[in-house]
Design a protein. Structure first.
Length: 167
């Protein structure tokens, strides 16, 4: 059985699509009220059943999928600039970044027998990063300075976790 899927834009009229695009641009350029970012960037709790034998439920936070799509569009359009600026220190946005990291460390360790390789178990990086330093780095890099205001808007609020309409 084949299910028919509708594309969001195909369900809208031309004026509705214009309003949606205007909304997206206002959101991405930081033109919305500060309270909007705090509310819209919050996560909703959803129960996750790990398996049928364990009766405990684990709550996870899920962000509005439209937010993810907007942010994905920004990253996609600026990916080449990010990669150029971040490599070789940061390989997360690179094609086969994990492989590059593993093989470059392995080759370095083979070449330099006096080096010691240590693996550090990192915490969830987005929660450990200084928001202000991200914005400052974007402002200081000419190729990324156009994203500083966007980053300031979406990183500024301390977003809450919503459950049953309560923060």
């Amino acid at each position: 059985m084949v299910s028919e899927q509708n594309v969001f834009a195909e369900m809208m009229t031309e004026p509705q699509m214009d309003l949606f695009e205007e909304f997206g641009m206002k959101y991405l350029t930081g033109c919305m009220s500060a309270w909007f970012y705090e509310v819209w960037l919050g996560d909703s709790t959803v129960p996750l059943f790990k398996n049928e034998q364990i009766e405990a439920v684990r709550l996870i936070g899920i962000r509005n999928p439209l937010v993810r799509e907007f942010h994905k569009a920004v990253v996609t359009q600026n990916k080449a600039v990010f990669v150029e600026h971040l490599e070789p220190e940061q390989l997360a946005m690179s094609v086969a970044g994990g492989g590059k990291l593993v093989f470059s460390i392995r080759m370095l360790a083979e070449e330099r027998k006096d080096f010691i390789v240590i693996k550090i178990d990192m915490k969830n990086a987005p929660n450990e990063v200084s928001r202000a330093s991200v914005i400052q780095d974007l402002e200081e890099e000419p190729s990324l300075s156009n994203l500083a205001w966007y980053a300031a808007s979406v990183l500024a609020p301390s977003c809450g976790l919503e459950a049953a309409g309560v923060r």
